[in-house]
Design a protein around this ligand. Structure first.
Ligand code: ZN
Length: 60
C-alpha cells in the first residue's frame, strides 16, 4: 500500500522540512514553504518483489 506523506518544500531554494516554517533556515526566505505530497511505497514494494523472486541460475 502506498503511503502519502506530506513535506514542506521551500520554493526559493528547494530545502525540505517535515514541518512548516515561516522562514527558510537554508536561504532565509520568508513564507516560501509550500506543502507537497509524496507518495512512498513503490520503491519498498520493488525491493520486496526482488527479494521474493527466484535467484537467477547461470546456465552453461
Ligand atoms: Zn529556502
Amino acid at each position: 500500500m502506498a503511503k502519502v506523506k506530506s513535506v514542506f518544500v521551500c520554493q526559493n531554494c528547494g530545502a525540505q522540512s517535515p514541518k512548516w516554517m515561516g522562514k527558510c533556515a537554508s536561504c532565509g526566505e520568508w513564507n516560501s514553504y509550500v506543502e507537497e505530497l509524496i507518495t512512498s511505497g513503490n520503491s519498498s514494494a520493488q525491493v520486496n518483489y526482488k527479494r521474493s523472486s527466484k535467484p537467477e541460475k547461470l546456465q552453461k
